[in-house]
Design a protein around this ligand. Sequence first.
Ligand code: MG
Length: 161
Amino acid sequence: MDTFRIGHGYDSHRFGANRPLKLGGVEIPGAPGLRGHSDADALLHAIIDAVLGAAALGDIGSHFPDTDPAWRDADSALLLATVVREVRTAGWRVGNIDATVICERPKLRPHVAAMRERIAALLECPVEAVFVKGKTNEGMDAIGQGEGLAVHCVALLVQAG
Ligand code: MG
């Protein structure tokens, strides 16, 4: 088996839900909520796809179909914890992840420390192995017009020894 595996995840959701914004398992007060079948935590969704992709264990849609009522308003932290257990069973631990959230608002910097702590706890890795940064889209395209947000994430898996 390989020693390392890399994976990439992407997700986007549209603003406009009548609920608080959740990103990285952290509620951001005063920000517009995201529409989606689950709690629409796009950051955790991108992490799930990066981790699953690295292990070649499918994707978020095959594990938690958005046609299944079981996942309506689901807490994405529980979905990520499930995926981490599965990846561990397959012989991997998360080495590190690096994520970029693209949105015009809210400003993410004040919330990054809390997101990193929460994500690290879910991934069962040190907080130093988790990074999250915010970027705007400089007003361009739908994300730049504030219609929603998008997330890119890469994950490194290390053979558990
Ligand atoms: Mg999603």
